[in-house]
Design a binder for this molecule. Structure first.
Ligand SMILES: Cc1ncc(COP(=O)(O)O)c(C=O)c1O
Length: 439
């Protein structure tokens, strides 16, 4: 499918913009609505990327558009540190109640996911008086110096960008699909033992301020841990006075069939980072957590010029209303069931699908060249992403080996849109299964 206007703009983009910021598609957008994107050539695409997990309530939800317009007319930037506004406080009050954990909480707001993680670490360090931070293999926490240091995957995230922030450590995180010779409990035991070993071999627990984990790994390939593993991390944090940070930036706001993914695991983190779908496209992020930990930094030690902007707060309040009014938590569960059922049916037909996994509508398939050896089918995955949008459906990859297709559709995607998008996916799977390129 040729897209003449987008091609023309891509040529101009290549002259004016460096190659660093990548593109999943070759498209320039004209407008978007619900689960569809329309490009500047007037062509429509079913969107399984949702701005990389940002459009849980759907593109340009009228309620968000309305509150943003109203806010823009009232005031845009007094700066929270100069003149406070009610929406910031109201948003904090609502998230303090909604984030899992039966304890008193406080919230601060920022601009991006990375900035939220940076602040969560600052708060944990100040509270504990310790420096070390543990993250996990395949974890993704952002692209700033500290968050890049906490992130896995050398290419493209880390290569050439060192030296990395000191006092950051990585521990293994279970990957049940790739350890099939063991039971889930055996895998958990193995990983929990490695954490205990780490405290003997690498760093004293008294030097560790925080352990940060994604309740479902996002960029790492939608890897879902067991309840037992997440509870073990909670126990380790309790035992050693370490702050547990749940990074819900990709999993939050109804994506996993709960408002927040930690609800699946029956434990509460001390601090939770949120962003992405929080503002439905208006940049905003936050750290929500135990009041006594959040209060560790002194006045003036946290913040930023645009942090918790009026537009972001207004949009985030509207997002919480829409999730409730449109039953999007329930819709996420149902959409996830439909996606997984269709993906499992495809798995029966196409050997290349090694694994189907996910929580709620945070679903993925892992593609392998060979089911026994589980050799990552990286090129085949890239082929599907590169050709999906040309046939009318936008897909994203993920995974440390770039062999996972992850689906982050707006939760308002209709059943018909889902089936049409997955028809395109199925054709592409048939092509890669048969040795590829039918173009
Ligand atoms: C789990 C998680 N944490 C942090 C980030 C970083 O967020 P941002 O890109 O807004 O800085 C992301 C982004 O993909 C993410 O998925």
């Amino acid at each position: 499918m040729s897209t003449p206007q987008s091609e023309k703009w891509m040529e101009r983009r290549n002259i004016a913009v460096p190659r660093g910021p990548y593109h999943v598609t070759g498209l320039f957008i004209d407008h978007a609505k619900g689960a569809t994107v329309i490009d500047i050539d007037g062509r429509e695409y079913i969107d399984f990327a949702g701005g990389i997990g940002v459009q849980n309530i759907g593109h340009c939800h009228p309620k968000v558009v309305e509150v943003v317009q109203r806010q823009a007319e009232a005031f845009l930037h007094p700066c929270f540190h100069v003149t406070a506004y009610e929406s910031y406080v109201e948003l904090a009050e609502r998230l303090n109640t909604l984030i899992p954990g039966e304890f008193s909480k406080k919230s601060i707001f920022l601009n991006s996911g990375s900035e939220a993680v940076e602040n969560a670490v600052k708060i944990a360090r100040k509270y504990t008086g310790r420096q070390g931070v543990i993250s996990f293999d395949r974890g993704y926490h952002g692209r700033t110096l500290l968050t890049m240091s906490l992130t896995s995957k050398v290419m493209p995230y880390k290569k050439g960008f060192g030296p990395f922030a000191p006092e950051t450590y990585k521990l293994p995180y279970p990957y049940y699909y790739r350890d099939q010779h063991l039971t889930e409990d055996e895998i958990d035991d193995m990983f929990i033992k490695q954490i205990e070993h780490f405290f003997v071999a690498e760093a004293a627990p008294e030097n560790i301020a925080a352990i940060i984990l994604e309740p479902v790994q996002g960029e790492g390939g939608f890897v879902v841990p067991s309840k037992r593993f997440v509870k073990a991390i909670r126990d380790i944090c309790n035992k050693h006075g370490i702050v547990m940070i749940a990074d819900e930036i990709q999993t939050g706001f109804a994506r996993t069939g709960k408002l927040f993914a930690m609800e699946h695991f029956d434990v509460a983190a001390d601090l939770v980072t949120v962003s992405k779908s929080m503002g439905a496209g208006i940049p905003i992020s936050g750290v929500v957590g135990r009041a006594e930990i959040m209060d560790a930094p002194l006045g003036g030690q946290l913040g930023g010029t645009f942090a918790g902007s009026p537009l972001g707060c207004a949009a985030a309040l509207a997002v919480l209303d829409v999730i409730q009014e449109e039953n999007l938590v329930e819709r996420s569960r149902m959409l996830g069931e439909k996606m997984q059922a269709r993906l499992r049916a495809m798995q029966k037909k196409y050997e290349i699908i090694g694994d189907v996994r996910g929580l709620g509508s945070m679903c993925a398939i892992e593609l392998v060249k060979d089911r026994k050896l589980m050799t990552p089918a990286k090129e085949e995955t890239a082929y599907i992403v590169a050709n999906g949008w040309k046939r009318g459906a936008i897909f994203l990859s993920a995974g440390i080996d770039s062999n996972v297709l992850r689906f982050l559709p707006p939760l308002v995607m209709t059943d018909d849109q889902l089936e049409s998008g997955f028809d395109i996916l199925e054709k592409l799977l048939a092509e890669v299964q048969n040795g590829g390129n039918n173009e």
